[in-house]
Design a protein around this ligand. Structure first.
Ligand code: IMP
Length: 202
């Protein structure tokens, strides 16, 4: 029987990204809507790791009550800007307010960095992988880069139009998904997890 993996997100893009990396001959991948989980998980942690663990734990408890044995993969990510002492960090998704759009978030970031010559930043992603009743394991990926002054590109999401990874001259929003995945914090964390757990990619 195939081993069941639940990806703790309702973002179909993220589920596809993970499913694509887990060999479908051995693993079955489900999203939160596939398992009928529709509650909002409050991210009350003070680090990416804590928030990823909170998400993984909530889903593990839900599966346990239903008697389903599975491995849960949760992730938490964000942007840390050096000149802003690591902000927006764990608040990246709601930097300009709870309902803020991606554009409102990056415009606030640009206004707070206006005139500042220090543009160093990094994206961080922490994955938490937890099997029902077992201890969680964590994998972290990062991508260093700079914040530009004027947004460029229309691909991707979040802060992609204002972030240029080190060694490149295009923003994440000007790259293809494959290019971004090879460099990104999420791609790095997934790679570490696959190597450590010997989950063979397709
Ligand atoms: P979460 O991991 O889905 O909670 O994402 C947190 C927030 O960080 C997102 O809403 C984005 O604002 C930002 N973020 C995380 N990863 C990326 C990325 O790859 N590109 C741009 N923004 C990102």
């Amino acid at each position: 029987m195939k081993e069941l993996y639940v990806i703790a997100t309702s973002n179909p893009g993220k589920v596809r990204e993970f499913a694509n990396l887990l060999d479908s001959n051995f693993y079955e991948t489900k999203s939160l809507s596939d398992i009928d989980f529709h509650e909002k998980i409050e991210e009350t942690g003070s680090s990416f790791e804590e928030n990823a663990a909170i998400k993984a734990n909530a889903i593990c408890n839900f599966l346990e009550k239903k008697g389903i044995v599975a491995t849960v993969i949760a992730d938490d990510s964000g942007l840390e800007v050096e000149a802003l002492n690591g902000a927006p960090g764990i608040y990246s998704a709601r930097y300009a307010g709870d309902q803020a759009s991606d554009q409102e978030n990056y415009e606030l970031l640009l206004s707070r960095l206006k005139g500042n010559l220090d543009r160093e930043a990094r994206f961080v992603c922490v994955l938490c992988i937890q099997k029902t009743k077992e201890a969680p394991r964590f994998f972290e990926g990062e991508c260093k880069g700079d914040i530009i002054e004027t947004p460029k590109g229309s691909e991707g999401f979040g802060y992609d139009p204002v972030f240029i990874p080190k060694g490149y001259d295009r923003t994440f929003a000007e790259m293809t998904l494959a290019e971004k995945k090879a460099l990104s914090h999420r791609g790095q964390a997934i790679k570490k997890m696959i190597e450590a757990l010997k989950l063979s990619p397709n």
